[in-house]
Design a protein around this ligand. Structure first.
Ligand code: NAD
Length: 348
């Protein structure tokens, strides 16, 4: 065995119903006195509740998916005008993403309170969109200093969004098995992430108001993000990045649709990953385990349903082949990726 593995420095608190006290402790540990709370309009209600005791000087609710540059500029200006000394984000990946955009240029510390299963809070990856092109990068400044997980804040996430967001997390796990910096540590995190997600998500669908399914899913989402942060983007993430950028498709749903196609494509060429994933799914093969889980969850099925035009398949395939990640277990040819994207479009 021979590998190099980076572990990101971050405190994680996990306690349902305890976001308010967890946040108070983390903001106090930073010595912050002028906090900016970032939370989108839909997340405002919990954000006001869990940040009630903090020294807040500004509440910022101008949050847009994929962080358009002008949205980031307004948030940075708001932080500068109020002489803010810490950022608290309460929301999904879009909200965490805006906090990261502010931290990127200001160096302000972030305490993140996630309310979806996107996992952005556990990575040092930022993203900004300008003229429909999304640029991403990695910078240690944007990694939240602390994450406060409170599964009760996810109880209001509608079931369809919970399923899509949870499958987005599952995609982080699966892609970590063969991403460019895959190693035994992030593969172990990913395998446990799959187990937690395949246990938690059916419970969320069965009873969205029960905490046990929400907790398993949130725990799995964190493991998934840590694995992904370390392993990097594999083929699945490259495909979804191209699709999201070209057609502005919804992020989590796109991952949910594309994942079974990438797993079926790579699995026969990655027997170790296939065996570990199958064991985590508790099924004979990984492909079968994912298919059974998706059936139980009523997962989204086609890129057509998400609004992608059929004549976009060729352009997507070309862009994916140009950005193919190093070391993908199966050769990434134009014909094969054209078939894969067409199958995902048709739900075949
Ligand atoms: P999102 O943050 O846009 O949230 C989706 C919707 O759910 C929004 O309308 C939001 O208001 C609502 N919502 C959030 N929490 C809720 C709750 N508890 N109850 C009810 N409604 C709630 O979507 P997302 O999938 O969480 O994040 C997607 C974004 O995150 C994308 O831009 C993606 O690129 C980014 N992302 C980044 C990383 C990274 O490492 N940088 C990782 C994953 C995702």
């Amino acid at each position: 065995m021979r590998f190099v593995h980076d572990t990101l420095p971050q405190r994680v608190r996990f306690a349902s119903g305890a976001a308010e006290e967890g946040l108070a402790a983390e903001v106090a540990a930073l010595g912050a006195r002028r906090v900016m709370v970032i939370a989108g309009a839909a997340e405002r209600e919990f954000a006001d509740r869990v940040t009630a005791g903090l020294p807040v000087v500004h509440r910022h609710d101008d949050v847009v998916m994929h962080v358009p540059v002008e949205v980031a500029l307004r948030a940075r200006a708001a932080a500068a005008e109020r002489d803010v000394d810490a950022l608290v984000s309460v929301g999904g990946g879009s909200t965490t993403g805006l906090a990261k955009a502010v931290a990127l240029t200001t160096g302000l510390p972030i305490v993140a309170v996630p309310t979806t299963y996107a996992g952005s809070e556990a990575t040092a990856v930022w993203g900004l969109t300008e003229d429909s092109v999304k640029t991403t990068g990695t910078d240690p400044k944007v990694l939240p200093r602390a994450v406060v997980y409170d599964a009760s804040l996810t109880l209001s996430l509608p079931v369809d969004l919970s399923v899509a967001s949870g499958l987005n997390a599952l995609a982080h796990c699966v892609d970590s098995m063969w991403a460019p910096r895959a190693d035994p540590i992030n593969q172990a995190l990913a395998a446990e992430g799959v187990r937690a997600l395949r246990t938690g998500l059916p419970l969320v669908v069965k009873d969205p108001q029960a905490l046990d399914g929400r907790e398993q899913t949130l725990y799995g989402a964190y493991l998934a993000a840590v694995a992904f942060a370390s392993a990097g983007s594999g083929l699945h993430h490259k495909i979804c990045h191209v699709l999201g950028g070209m057609f502005n498709l919804p992020h989590a749903q796109t991952h949910a649709v594309v994942l079974p196609h990438v797993l079926a494509f790579n699995a026969p060429f990655a027997p170790d990953a296939e065996r570990r994933l199958a064991a985590s799914f508790g099924s004979a093969t990984a492909v079968e385990g994912l298919a059974m889980l998706r059936d139980r969850l009523g997962a989204p099925r086609s890129l057509r349903d998400l609004g992608m035009p059929r004549d976009g398949v060729a352009a997507v395939a070309e862009a994916v082949v140009a950005a193919a990640p190093a070391g993908n277990p199966r050769p990434v040819t134009l014909d094969a990726i054209t078939d894969l994207v067409r199958n995902a479009w048709e739900a075949r």
